[in-house]
Write a protein that binds this ligand. Sequence first.
Ligand SMILES: NC(=O)c1ccc[n+]([C@@H]2O[C@H](COP(=O)([O-])OP(=O)(O)OC[C@H]3O[C@@H](n4cnc5c(N)ncnc54)[C@H](OP(=O)(O)O)[C@@H]3O)[C@@H](O)[C@H]2O)c1
Length: 344
Amino acid sequence: MTTTLTNQQVRLAARPVGVPKDSDWQHTSEPVRELADGEILVKVIYLSLDPAMRGWMNEGKSYIRPVGIGEVMRAGGIGRVVASKSPKFAVGDTVSGVTGVQQYWIGAADDKAAAFYKVDPSAAPLPKYLNALGMPGMTAYFGLLEVGQPKAGETVVVSGAAGAVGQTVGQVARQRGCRVVGIAGGKEKCDFVVNELGFDACIDYKTGSVKDGLKQHCPNGVDVYFDNVGGDILDAVLTRINMKARIIICGAISQYNNTTPVKGPANYLSLLVNRARMEGIVVFDWADRYPEAAAQMAQWMKDGSFKSREDIVEGLENFPKTLLMLFEGRNFGKLILKVADEQD
Ligand SMILES: NC(=O)c1ccc[n+]([C@@H]2O[C@H](COP(=O)([O-])OP(=O)(O)OC[C@H]3O[C@@H](n4cnc5c(N)ncnc54)[C@H](OP(=O)(O)O)[C@@H]3O)[C@@H](O)[C@H]2O)c1
């Protein structure tokens, strides 16, 4: 069965300088080989498009090795096992793991880099497993609760508020009884986080001053800042932090396509004045506790107190241009690429 299949793939052709260009990618196709003992074949259904992908395309030391030139681009995905020579997964199982930007993943069922695990398609719609019940949700949940340590009555500010991580940060903080103020680009996104997700307020950084917005919406200062964007917004929040504030450095998307060095915070001495703390996070550090967070958020989803929004674009071949949506703020919710129909 497997030998008649063809696998379309997107590979990294060159290391981008600034915003990735079409020529930084190569579209390839190859026949799907026969399975060896212990292997599975996974048909990819949805791919997670993440800002971190931009970092994985660069050479240099990071928390994960860069994608090599000529390699299939790394991506998390959800797929279905369509052939199996492993007792670990059966044909028909739905799995989540690092599938890469391709139609089929083939390899050992216990491959550590792919890290496949079963998901229950009847418990939640599959895209949720790439959003609140997947990596972005885990990032938000543990980053906020473990590093941010928000207490009831405190003010939590989150940038990238309408995005995958930001949506969950704000809602988990609300669950903890905090005042939550988002920062997002545009009225539609701001209205969404306030009216749909229950944030207390949202600052539209594209049409007004973040400093003024913080003054207005955080009258008691900022106790926790969950930073997804870095740059000028981080600097503005630093001017409003409280004594012993916690700043979680989750990402700095405003800096990822820089051709000049990353812009550090000019106002960092506010940490000194306020005896505050700024700490970076990498979601994988909580990998052994993912089930705990997923169960909690699935419960909140079930009782209607937690929502998540996905933005789904179709077609593997559209990967290069779809990825750019993240850096232009054109995604509204967790950005997902649909590669195949769920029922196929
Ligand atoms: N540390 C970790 O383990 C970890 C794990 C997952 C994600 N992250 C980081 O978390 C952040 C959010 O990721 P996500 O997956 O949730 O993405 P996302 O928020 O769903 O999408 C990216 C959003 O970033 C905003 N943005 C883009 N350029 C910007 C700029 N120049 N200034 C301000 N905002 C800008 C846009 O929203 P607006 O329209 O609102 O501008 C865009 O929609 C990223 O920095 C990512 O690298 C870190």
